[in-house]
Design a protein around this ligand. Structure first.
Ligand SMILES: NC(=O)c1ccc[n+]([C@@H]2O[C@H](COP(=O)([O-])OP(=O)(O)OC[C@H]3O[C@@H](n4cnc5c(N)ncnc54)[C@H](O)[C@@H]3O)[C@@H](O)[C@H]2O)c1
Length: 327
């Protein structure tokens, strides 16, 4: 049994991770400011919840004392926000991560698992993109912040004898979604079941990973990689399933599932926008090479297409059964 701090534990991925940790009898503490997360995601879960902001070092130091490991997932997950406000990712990503690492140093906590992203690669020329690809030139403030966080983890690890494990996630899908294409499409179709407007021309292609696989890989990484790592080391792994999926196919899948769920007579019309970017800073084609992690024995249960189809069913089901939970 370990004492585990999960930052962002009331969020989409964080709450699923907390449930898994608790089910394996770990003593879990969550810190989340609930700006994007919801306390309801942890309803009935045997963990300690602290409503607090990682931008405040004293608060972070307070929750850090006595922990064995930190799963650091808190961040601004809305990439498009950066285009309007260039300090959102700096504060909730880079500064927050420095606070987490500094609090770890002060409290003698050694191990950190970090949720990074494919966005650090920017528009990579090599696909599928391996961890060693460079130079890393992110095109969003979100990606830039995550890359800075990775660098801070490496520097703290080497200067303070910590151990860091960084996962660069593909697009993670499933329940309880609160953002992302599947969630947005479903929400819009529930409000207006005859038509769906899609940002961009639908040709954007990305690797998708089901949240169950994401959580499973983090647990595998903690047990099988971080626990064996020497002090003063940081290692990076892409976290993706096999294949890529087009936004156009996601839209079709959501339209079909919503029509089925509402027993609608016809299908909604899909209207695509222009260009191959959903928003400024969107990378139209991401495809991660996940072979480094696979070589260590981890296997995802779902490929990209299956992850999307399963997630669409889950998200639509949540909207239909409890519209407030879904929406
Ligand atoms: N969902 C994906 O597809 C995806 C892909 C790549 C990386 N990631 C990363 O995985 C992590 C979890 O993502 P998610 O999709 O669950 O997002 P999420 O928004 O559901 O979870 C993030 C949580 O962090 C909290 N938070 C944000 N700023 C905070 C602060 N200053 N102090 C305390 N709490 C704060 C939010 O309230 C939220 O509950 C994030 O770091 C995200 O960047 C997610």
């Amino acid at each position: 049994m370990a004492k585990v701090l999960v930052t962002g534990g009331a969020g989409f991925i964080g709450s699923r991770l907390v449930r898994r940790l608790v089910s394996e009898s770990h003593q879990v503490k969550v810190i989340d400011n609930l700006v994007l997360g919801r306390e309801a995601h942890l309803e009935g879960v045997n963990c300690e919840f602290v409503r607090g902001d990682l931008r405040n070092l004293a608060t972070v130091e307070d929750v850090m004392r006595g922990q064995n490991v930190v799963f650091h997932l808190a961040a601004n997950s809305d990439i498009s926000q950066g285009a309007a406000r260039s300090d959102v990712d700096l504060e909730n990503g880079t500064v927050a991560t420095w606070n987490v690492l500094e609090a770890m140093r002060r409290c003698g906590v050694r191990d950190i698992v970090f949720a990074s992203t494919s966005a650090v690669y920017g528009e990579a020329a090599v696909k599928p993109t391996p961890e060693g690809y460079g130079p890393l030139l992110p095109i969003s403030f979100y990606g830039a912040s995550k890359l800075a966080c990775e660098a801070l983890i490496s520097a703290f690890a080497h200067n303070c004898g910590m151990r860091g494990l960084v996962f660069r996630f593909a697009n993670v899908v499933g329940r309880p979604a609160t953002h992302g294409a599947i969630y947005d499409f479903t929400k819009r179709l529930m409000a207006e079941p005859t038509k769906l407007s899609v940002l961009g021309n639908g040709t954007q292609k990305k690797s998708y990973l089901h949240v169950e696989d994401c959580v499973d890989a983090m647990m595998f990484g903690w047990r099988s990689i971080l626990a064996q790592a020497p002090a003063g080391s940081a290692e990076i792994f892409n976290l993706a399933s096999e294949g890529v999926t087009q936004v156009r196919d996601i839209a079709e899948c959501v339209v079909d599932e919503v029509a089925k769920a509402l027993s609608a007579a016809g299908r909604a019309r899909i209207e695509f926008g222009e260009g191959d970017r959903g928003w400024v800073g969107d990378v139209p084609f991401t495809w991660l090479d996940g072979s480094k992690l696979l070589a260590l024995g981890w296997r995802p249960a779902f490929n990209s297409g299956d992850a999307v189809r399963r997630a669409v069913r889950e998200v639509v089901e949540d909207f239909v059964s409890t519209p407030r939970k879904g929406g």
